[in-house]
Design a protein around this ligand. Structure first.
Ligand code: NAD
Length: 306
């Protein structure tokens, strides 16, 4: 089925932080493709202060005006169970969870306060956990679920002034990749996106001509494909922004194999440094290196008698 025809009739989609930016675009999209949408938004500032029901209400009204089905929820994602309860109470099910809500508390590490650290942790990690935790039993029971977590290039690569945000965003990668493994046999597919889009988060750090090319709606089609029933993709990381969509993966150098005896000294490691860090021969692992396999490949295991 061509992506422009993807539909979600009868499904319930929860989008957190759907009052503006990317979340708003997801919510409007699902609302236009037959889904029941829970539009969650706390309605605070981008730094995580205050709250307001108008942000979610506006998007709900937009979806309804276009003939779609939506309800608002104003809870913080820290109370994710109440957000999922809104889905169950109103629509009787939950099929797709988009963990999208987010805030920024950018500051150099030297000047970061405990509050800067804690708020970012609570919204991005604890909030995503609380929503997923509440949705999970429904996903398992119905043997169907689609979960998206929103990471960031800041988490994948680091970004000056964003230690709190980077840590939280990369934590969501580990969280989601493990959920992908646990959810696989229940047809629960879990993926991570690292978007780039014009929003109130980026409008102060990017010039208008750049923002013009980064409309949030251009991230939506990727999320639509990943959360559709036809998808088989899970445990993956994607970048999306400005029309560019790409998958990321880990790379491991072939590395060096040192003897496991007293010769394995810091000096021996230093002597092998070019082998440890050489990516000419590399693999793309989905799990930790199996040390025993490497030892076996190097012919180091005692041969069993014929
Ligand atoms: P945005 O500020 O427009 O949207 C975030 C929404 O989340 C807001 O409407 C806000 O009210 C809501 N929110 C904040 N805290 C909440 C809470 N505790 N509970 C419920 N709702 C809450 O920003 P955006 O750019 O659309 O960001 C969406 C997601 O994408 C965020 O997770 C952000 O970190 C991530 N992201 C964005 C970019 C980008 O370029 N815009 C890049 C990387 C990652």
């Amino acid at each position: 089925m061509a992506p422009q025809e993807l539909r979600y009739d009868g499904q319930t989609v929860v989008v957190t932080g759907a009052g503006s930016g990317l979340g708003r675009e997801y919510a409007i999209f699902y609302g236009s493709r037959g889904a029941n949408v829970v539009v969650n938004d706390l309605g605070g500032s981008f730094k995580g202060e205050g709250k307001n029901s108008q942000a979610a209400d506006k998007v709900v009204n937009e979806i309804k005006a276009a003939g779609g089905k939506a309800v608002a929820n104003y809870d913080s994602v820290e109370n994710g169970d109440l957000i999922i309860k809104t889905a169950i109470d109103n629509f009787g099910r939950i099929d797709v969870l988009i963990n999208n809500a987010g805030i920024l508390r950018d500051v150099s590490f030297k000047n970061m306060t405990q509050k800067d650290w804690d708020l970012i942790y609570r919204v991005h990690i604890y909030g995503a956990y609380k929503c997923a935790r509440a949705a999970w039993p429904y996903f398992r029971k119905q043997k169907y679920g689609r979960l998206i977590s929103t990471a960031s290039a800041a988490g994948l690569f680091g970004s000056f002034g964003q230690t709190n945000y980077s840590a939280a965003k990369l934590a969501l990668v580990g969280f989601t990749e493990t959920l992908a493994k646990e959810g696989l046999k229940y047809n629960i597919l879990c993926n991570v996106i690292a978007p780039i889009a014009a929003s109130r988060m980026t409008e102060t750090v990017m010039p208008p001509e750049v923002l013009e090319n980064l409309k949030p709606k251009w991230v939506v089609p990727l999320v639509a494909v990943l959360t559709h029933k036809s998808s088989t993709e899970t445990g993956a990381i994607f970048e999306a922004g400005g029309g560019h969509i790409a998958k990321l993966r880990w790379e491991r150098s072939k590395g060096a194999l040192l003897k496991t005896d007293d010769s394995l000294t810091p000096g021996a490691v230093a002597a092998k440094w070019s082998e440890v860090t050489n990516f000419k021969e590399c693999e793309h692992p989905t799990g930790p290196a199996n040390a025993m396999e490497l030892v076996e490949a190097a012919g180091r295991l005692p041969r069993s008698p014929p």
